[in-house]
Design a protein around this ligand. Structure first.
Ligand code: AVJ
Length: 323
């Protein structure tokens, strides 16, 4: 879900709407539900992608820096498990920085950064080609949440699917299994290298999603700006409060926007009244135990797993093979 190369909001609107009519229909449906919801994909317009980059620098948001530390500390062991010379398929590549940090140890035969739009990858790929002139790079613009057909330019060799950042946490465990099964079906002789956030103290988790500086609040509220631009709705940002709660039973952070007072939102063709305190659900971010994640991998057809964590056991990186 890293989409840090979005250069302007027109680009993203064109990509995500695939016709503003479809976005309008989806959003009208989702806002009309008894429990209103907004898909987390609406976080990532130009400003939202910058806000996500800022989140990654927050003291409270330990995920990115912990995972980067694991890659740096355990690179040799990761390469020993994953082998060298694979076709490295980077799912949601964004600025490609995480994968690039592993080029030295993984020595891929080809690098295939995949993101929602090939345009988002353009600058990063140009830079990588200068830094790694001998490495074949085949960028792919694809919303892999919908389809998973890679173009003919992708080499035939052993594929290593790289899915860092706990992006898999945006899926429910059932959706994650379906996603992994599709990956397995797409690439014979494939393996995965996945980063996932671990269950921990609720206060630590809630702080990571409700930081003192208010960046995550801005990130959440920005979805309303994006939607106003997309469908002509009249969300007033002042009427909404950021909420992040850990649901221990479901093992997930839930993010909401909560109406500060009674408010009616209107858009061409529809309207919704929200009572004070009523919430719009905007994101789930699932947290796993190592055991639960290994089980998920196994259920999805991946075995022979090796996992690495940081000394404080905040974050987990796992390699597993299609079986
Ligand atoms: C990009 C989905 C991994 O769930 O931690 C960060 C998004 N939301 N802060 C996450 C996010 C609020 C992030 N992922």
């Amino acid at each position: 879900m890293a989409r840090s190369l979005i250069s302007n909001s027109h680009e993203i609107d064109r990509e995500f709407s695939t016709g503003a009519a479809e976005a309008r229909a989806e959003l009208a449906g989702d806002l009309g539900r008894r429990q209103a919801r907004i898909s987390p994909k609406y976080f990532y317009n130009a400003l939202g992608s910058k806000l996500f980059e800022a989140i990654c620098q927050l003291d409270e948001y330990y995920l990115t820096r912990t995972e980067t530390g694991i890659f740096a500390q355990r690179g040799a062991e990761i390469a020993a498990a994953a082998g060298v010379g694979a076709v490295l398929v980077d799912l949601g590549a964004g600025n490609c920085a995480k994968a690039a940090s592993l080029f030295g140890v993984l020595r891929p035969q080809q690098y295939v950064p995949v993101d929602i739009s090939v345009e988002f990858l353009h600058d990063a790929v140009e830079k990588l080609r200068l830094e790694h002139p001998a490495l074949p790079i085949q960028p792919v613009g694809l919303d892999f949440a919908d389809s998973f057909v890679l173009p003919a330019g992708v080499a035939r060799g052993h594929r290593l699917y790289f899915y860092p950042g706990s992006s898999i946490g945006n899926f429910t465990p059932l959706q994650a299994t379906q996603f992994l099964r599709r990956l397995r079906a797409a690439g014979a002789d494939g393996a995965v290298l996945i980063g996932v956030d671990l269950v921990k103290d609720a206060a630590v988790l809630e702080a990571a999603y409700d930081d003192a500086l208010g960046v995550t609040a801005a990130f959440n509220l920005n979805a309303l700006r994006h939607i106003n631009a997309l469908i002509g709705s009249d969300f007033s940002l002042r009427a909404w409060r950021h909420r992040a709660v850990f649901n221990a039973e479901q093992s997930r952070i839930e993010m909401y926007l909560e109406a500060a007072y009674d408010v009616t939102v209107r858009w061409p063709g529809g309207a919704r009244r929200f009572a004070a305190g009523e919430r719009i659900h905007t994101e789930n971010s699932y947290k796993y135990t190592e055991r639960a994640f290994l089980e998920l991998l196994e259920t999805s057809g991946f075995g022979d797993a090796t996992c690495w964590t940081d000394p404080a056991r905040k974050f987990l990186v796992c390699h597993a093979r299609a079986v």
